[in-house]
Design a protein around this ligand. Structure first.
Ligand code: MG
Length: 396
């Protein structure tokens, strides 16, 4: 089998990858919905993979993997990898999880990082109200992650939250030392949310990046009584193009609260220090940024050898990304906690993708399906009306 084309369309903001072959089998991949600008970057790899056998996934990846980077520049390579596995699974007549080593669980736990309600404010009371709504969500999540501090609008809504200068404009990134008032506010929000959840549902917090090292240590210690599942991305994360494992190690060694990072990181090599130095307790790579699902599997195995847990990122990964997350998560070792369940926006996505269970999430889990490849496909007739004119030939 040979690859005959690599196509990319922007559908509902998401870069969607479609690889075609001379055997009439195609494969789908997807990047986060926030990255419509990646289309030319996906197509950059086309000449490098044309004519290759897509079922030799690793041989194809060797041609393109070195030409990616940290988020968002690992997305294209990752989406191509996912599409190759989709083809390989369809060609073999088996679900992708079989090719990744086989499943070790029939249903995968997911956590809530995307089912959201509008926040009325950023006081502890508002956080408690919001948490109550998420607790009651129909998906029945057993773990809920909330954005606080620099990973929220808090610095803009709580006066004198930190000593730094408030950043404005597109993609602002605040960073600086918290005031005592700011620190007390962050801790009070945690207390208020835990009051709502009790010990029935686990709570994780997406915190930054933007924290200074002393604040990160002080906060992680202060919330120790609340048994937080993890504190995410305090030092680096999101679009930070580096890791700073030594700083993470300082935080981790100072506290019993599990420290988490990794969603922006590209490739296994950049997890080496985090694991070998015991710098974090939980890793959260996104398969659509880290280099793909086989890459995520490898990283999870290596994490397990070092006592590090795994909670893959996925909030913006869409429905093809969701399928990829389900397939790989079914195969991960038992250091797997849950992946971040993506909600597809706009809602018409649920009308144009077929193959997902209905409802998708039951009691905080997704049943692993057995259809070949990723097991999802476009309803082409329904999807065509959402194609931009420049993407007209995408399904041909
Ligand atoms: Mg995050």
């Amino acid at each position: 089998m040979k690859i005959t084309d690599l196509k990319c369309a922007i559908i509902g903001g998401s870069p969607i990858v479609r690889i075609t072959t001379d055997a009439g089998i195609d494969g789908l991949g997807q990047g986060e919905a926030y990255k419509p600008y990646l289309k030319p970057h996906v197509l950059f790899y086309k000449d490098l993979i044309l004519g290759e056998d897509p079922t030799d996934v690793e041989r194809v990846m060797l041609k393109i993997r070195r030409l990616g980077a940290f988020k968002p520049w690992g997305t294209a390579v990752s989406a191509i990898e996912v599409a190759l596995w989709d083809i390989a699974g369809k060609a073999a007549g088996v679900p992708v999880y079989k090719l990744l080593g086989g499943k070790v669980r029939d249903r995968v736990r997911v956590y809530n990082g995307a089912v959201r309600f509008p926040m009325k404010g950023y006081s502890p009371k508002h956080y408690a109200e919001d948490m109550q709504k998420m607790k009651e969500a129909k998906e029945g999540f057993t773990i809920i992650k909330q954005g606080i501090s620099f990973h929220s609008q808090t610095p803009y809504n709580i006066p004198d939250y930190f000593y730094g200068e408030l950043q404005t404009g597109p993609r602002p990134q605040n960073r600086g030392l918290l005031t005592e008032k700011g620190m007390k506010h962050a801790i009070a929000c945690v207390e208020a949310m835990k009051d709502v959840l009790g010990d029935e549902i686990g709570m994780a917090l997406d915190c930054g990046p933007g924290w200074t090292l002393p604040d990160a240590i002080r906060f992680a210690k202060a919330v120790e009584p609340y048994n937080i599942m993890w504190l995410e991305d305090m030092i680096t994360g999101d679009y930070t193009p580096y890791v700073l494992a030594d700083l993470y190690r300082d935080v981790t060694m100072s506290t019993s609260t599990p420290i988490h990072t990794g969603e922006q990181i590209y490739l296994r090599q950049h997890f080496k220090d985090l694991f070998e130095k015991q710098a974090i307790r939980v890793a959260g790579p996104d398969p659509l940024d880290v280099g793909g699902i086989a890459e995520l599997k490898w990283i999870t195995e290596y994490a397990d050898l070092h006592g590090v847990l795994m909670a893959p990122h996925g909030t913006g990964d869409g429905l093809i990304g969701l399928a990829a997350l389900v397939q790989v998560s079914a195969t991960l070792p038992r250091n797997y906690i849950a992946f971040e369940y993506p909600v597809a926006k706009p809602a018409w996505w649920y009308d144009i993708i077929e193959g997902l269970p209905d409802p998708i999430v039951k009691k905080g889990h997704i049943d692993v399906w057995d259809t070949p490849g990723l097991g999802v496909k476009f309803n082409v007739r329904a999807a065509k009306k959402y194609l931009d004119t420049s993407d007209k030939g995408f399904f041909e």
